[in-house]
Design a protein around this ligand. Structure first.
Ligand code: UDX
Length: 436
């Protein structure tokens, strides 16, 4: 089966490469000639474990190709996925759908065979109706249907998530579209991945509801962590204790510096906007957005506290280990490290940093932070070392070496990766999140 993927960004590229790996014939399309040219050379525009190998091997076998020409790319495709960006619109937080609609217009002008048009981009409820209207008004001579098929890929684990999904959600009322989509996902069907067919609007909302719910879980445990610090409880135990209840579930209950990334911050805002437009306010999500925003700067203040308070901190040096919003990615979007660094800089603290993948994208976001070549270079002479992102490389630091390199042995562990007793036994003043 031929599949076209319009948009070769994170989602389009991972999905396209995985479909090709399943044996489909996939063309990835993008307007950016530099991106297409580098993909043709096997150079990835993003960092994602396993992606380069997957792209290269499928390109070599002839099942995966790249083009900037949409008309050529979609010709003969039974399913055309729209996987372009839907960034937060400046000013109001609404998802900016201009790229999605521009692709729909172009498909309307160039489609020459029957095809199912599938929105994979995260789009607000009702976007599928609008895409359908655009295509209808284009006066197409061929049969088409519009379906919704949201992605649930985690950065850093995207290929595994695609190939072994908890579920596949497909939103359409059209029998023919249903059969085409069943064919698209047949290889996963054989692996017993559950496919949930719903109405298109339900499918569109499922994506936002899922991300918002996960953001709620994280924010809930983060607030419990703050409470733990006040009452002398341990949030790791609280998390384990509630997570063992099957109704709650153990995942996404890890307390930390607040969620970031390309999805949760943007999608929670877009959901609020939809809820407002339809006069069905989602107060819980409103609170989550506010609490999470405030948390990032609060983590900066936690570091200032560890440096001895606002007076003492001025002129001292803090080393940030990890800058990306989570490990295994170079993505800096809405990373807590940005607000943490700014809070420290505002307080007159000198800030150094090291991140295995994120420093190039971080540099312009935190111009006053000195980027270093290694974790040990960053902590040289520091008055506090702060673990901001739980990269594996920071899980087993040589603490004796760390202590010797630092000006004062202060460790602020915002991801709870170390055992407090062990670190304190090595002579560190240690603080973490939600633990006594
Ligand atoms: C998320 C969703 O998981 C995915 O299904 C969706 O398609 C896109 O958004 P992603 O943003 O890649 O994926 O990362 P995820 O692993 O979900 O983490 C998001 C943020 O939450 C990170 O900042 C992470 O550090 C934080 N987080 C996650 C926690 O603080 N605690 C947790 O227990 C889990």
């Amino acid at each position: 089966m031929k599949i076209a993927m319009v948009g070769s960004g994170y989602v389009g590229l991972v999905s396209g490469a995985c479909f090709a790996d399943f044996g489909h014939d996939v063309v990835c399309i993008d307007k950016d000639p530099a991106k297409i040219e580098s993909l043709q050379r096997g150079v990835m525009p993003i960092y994602e474990p396993g992606l380069a190998e997957l792209v290269t091997s499928n390109a070599k076998s002839g099942r995966l190709s790249f083009t900037t020409d949409l008309a050529e790319g979609i010709a003969g495709a039974a399913a055309i996925f729209i996987a372009v960006g839907t960034p937060s619109r400046r000013g109001d937080g609404h998802a900016d759908l201009s790229y999605v609609y521009a692709v729909a217009e172009e498909i309307g002008q160039t489609l020459v065979n029957d095809a199912v048009i599938v929105t994979k981009s995260t789009v607000p409820v009702g976007t599928g109706d609008e895409v359908e209207r655009i295509l209808s008004e284009a006066g197409l001579k061929v049969k088409f249907a519009v379906a919704s098929n949201p992605e649930f890929l985690r950065e850093g684990a995207a290929i595994g998530d695609f190939k072994r999904p908890d579920r596949i959600v497909i939103g359409t009322d059209d029998e023919w579209a249903r059969s085409v989509m069943t064919e698209v996902y047949r290889p996963l069907f054989l692996n017993k991945a559950p496919i949930l067919f719903t109405a298109r609007r339900s499918s569109e909302l499922i994506k936002y509801a899922a991300n918002a719910f996960l953001a709620v879980k994280i924010t809930f445990i983060n607030e419990m962590a703050d409470l733990c610090e006040k009452v002398g409880a341990d949030v790791q135990d609280v998390s384990r204790g509630i997570g063992m209840d099957g109704r709650i579930g153990a995942k996404f209950l890890h307390a930390g510096p607040g969620y970031g990334g390309s999805c949760f911050p943007k999608d929670t805002l877009a959901l609020l906007k939809t809820a407002e437009d339809y006069e069905a306010p989602t107060r819980i999500v409103e609170a989550v957005v506010k609490v999470n925003d405030a948390r990032k700067r609060a983590m900066g203040r936690k570091v200032i506290e560890a440096l001895g308070g606002i007076e003492a901190a001025r002129g001292k040096k803090a080393a940030l280990l990890g800058l990306t919003f989570k490990p295994q990615t170079d993505d800096m979007r809405d990373s807590p490290s940005i607000a943490i660094a700014q809070t420290l800089v505002d307080a007159g603290v000198e800030v150094t940093a090291y991140d295995p993948e994120g420093m190039d994208l971080a540099r312009p976001l935190m111009p006053q932070v000195a980027m270093c070549d290694s974790a040990y270079a960053a902590i040289e002479g520091a008055d506090a070392t702060v673990i901001v992102t739980e990269w594996d490389a920071f899980r087993a630091l040589d603490l004796a070496r760390v202590k010797a390199a630092m000006n004062a042995p202060v460790l602020v562990d915002l991801r709870n990766v170390y055992d407090p007793a062990e670190v304190r036994a090595k002579g560190f003043a240690y603080s973490s999140v939600g633990r006594p």
